[in-house]
Design a protein around this ligand. Structure first.
Ligand SMILES: [Zn+2]
Ligand SMILES: [Zn+2]
Length: 441
């Protein structure tokens, strides 16, 4: 897990980042100091002298980092500054990469990260923002012993952050005891990193206040939509399309009808300048007729990919795997497993009880099992059907040692307490999902 703490110079970001690293046991990395250590490498100062001349040395002929810093700051866009930056950045990257390889959990403290390849790898981003710039300047004047004009100039040249890119913003008033409060809030988030929302839980039709299957997961910066059944897009905030990954468990209409709403919306929002990146859509490979229909859709701003049981996807610190299950003669169907370093979530898709053993194996020790339970025992369906009963879903949860069972895919006219009662007889920690239920997993 890669955590990023930043803020303008003098914002108190390093104080906070160091305290946080101590509290949560993450390795603290001050990227600036890696940048400074670049001058210890033989040849770098020679290179700097070739580019900038003798002015980077003091009267005793010793290299003076501040003098070089001033030139770099004054002629930010010159060729020689760019050449020198490339050289130092190359070294810094190799050092950062090494640290990330050796440490599982890292806090990066740096001002410039948004412009680097690391930005996309961050699981959590914290911005430290002083409530009052006067206080910040006061502290900087004491610390750096420079003129206020210089600070203002440096501020102007420094990076402008987009607050909505951050998971957490600390309005720093420099009362250090308050850092403790922020640290506790951040810790709470780390312990509950998966935000879950049910957008649709009924099939094959829905009533005015419900929709066909769809579930939204926000895991760190990763946004995942599992299925998009009829009517479910009503419960999704379309301004949240940026970087959305949509997975369709199988191409039955009750699980993908609203895909076209997402696609057309992506097209419209792109044209309005409200969507930067294409949405990503992941489908099973068959039925090919439907896959082709989706793939050839013109009015969309999306990438369409297919997956099968051998596919293993990786998003930052997330792994996604697929289990082919029997459900219907006419379409492939997959259970989907999402794993973070600490949590495992399994969504069954639609599934027959004939898959019980492999489903139990696939769901072993998961933190949450989102499981279809279309049927009820009391209606005497045959044991092996194209769907599960609530009791069968509960049995899978029990045998796989799941921590929590989230029941879904209900007949819209059925009384939901019937599903709950049937499942609870076998597996106690059962929740019956309803549209717009929202909680942490
Ligand atoms: Zn189905
Ligand atoms: Zn279904």
């Amino acid at each position: 897990m890669l955590v990023f703490v930043t803020g303008k110079s003098g914002s108190g970001k390093s104080t906070f980042a160091k305290q946080l690293s101590k509290e949560i046991g993450y390795k603290y990395v001050d990227v600036d100091s890696i940048g400074h250590s670049v001058y210890e490498i033989p040849g770098v100062i020679k290179q700097a002298e070739m580019l900038f001349g003798k002015v980077i040395f003091d009267e005793n002929g010793t290299f003076d980092r501040k003098k070089l810093g001033q030139i770099v700051f004054q002629e930010r866009n010159s060729e020689r500054v760019k050449d020198f930056s490339d050289l130092t950045w190359h070294y810094m990257q190799s050092q950062i990469d090494k640290i990330l390889k050796e440490n599982k959990n890292v806090i990066l403290d740096w001002i410039l990260l948004p412009h680097t390849k690391y930005w996309k790898m961050l699981a959590y981003k914290i911005l430290v923002k002083p409530i009052d710039d006067k206080l910040r300047f006061q502290k900087l004047l004491e610390r750096d012993k420079v003129k206020i004009e210089y600070l203002e100039l440096r501020d102007k040249a420094s990076i402008q952050y987009n607050e909505s890119d951050f998971n957490y913003i600390i309005r720093n008033d420099f009362v250090e005891q308050k850092n403790k409060v922020h640290i506790n809030l951040v810790k709470e988030y780390f312990n509950k990193p998966i935000q879950f929302e049910a957008l649709g839980t009924k099939s094959p039709f829905a009533l005015p206040d419900s929709a066909c299957p769809s579930y939204y997961l926000k895991i760190g910066d990763n946004k995942i939509l599992l299925d998009c059944g009829s009517g479910s897009h009503r419960f999704f905030d379309m301004d949240n399309l940026e970087n959305l990954n949509i997975f369709v468990s199988h191409l039955h209409r009750d699980h993908y009808n609203d895909l076209f709403n997402y696609m057309y919306t992506s097209y419209s929002l792109k044209n309005l300048g409200r969507l930067k990146e294409k949405i990503n859509i992941y489908l099973p490979t068959s039925p090919t007729r439907i896959v082709e229909d989706i793939r050839t859709e013109k009015l969309t701003y999306s990438n369409v990919y297919t997956f099968d049981k051998t596919s293993k996807l990786k998003f930052n610190n997330l792994n996604i795997e697929f289990l082919d299950v029997e459900h219907s003669q006419v379409t492939d169907c997959y259970a989907i497993k999402i794993s973070t370093p600490d949590k495992k979530i399994v969504y069954t898709g639609d599934v027959s009880y004939s898959n019980k053993d492999k489903l139990v194996e696939f769901s072993k020790d998961c933190d949450a099992l989102i499981c279809e339970s279309s049927l009820l025992k009391k209606y005497n369906f045959p044991d092996i059907n194209s769907h599960l009963t609530a009791a069968q879903a509960a049995t899978v949860a029990k045998e796989s040692n799941a921590k929590k069972l989230l029941l879904t895919h209900f007949w819209a006219e059925e009384n939901l307490s019937n599903y709950l009662e049937e499942a609870k007889e076998i597996f106690d920690n059962t929740v019956v999902l309803r549209e717009q239920d929202k909680f942490y997993l």
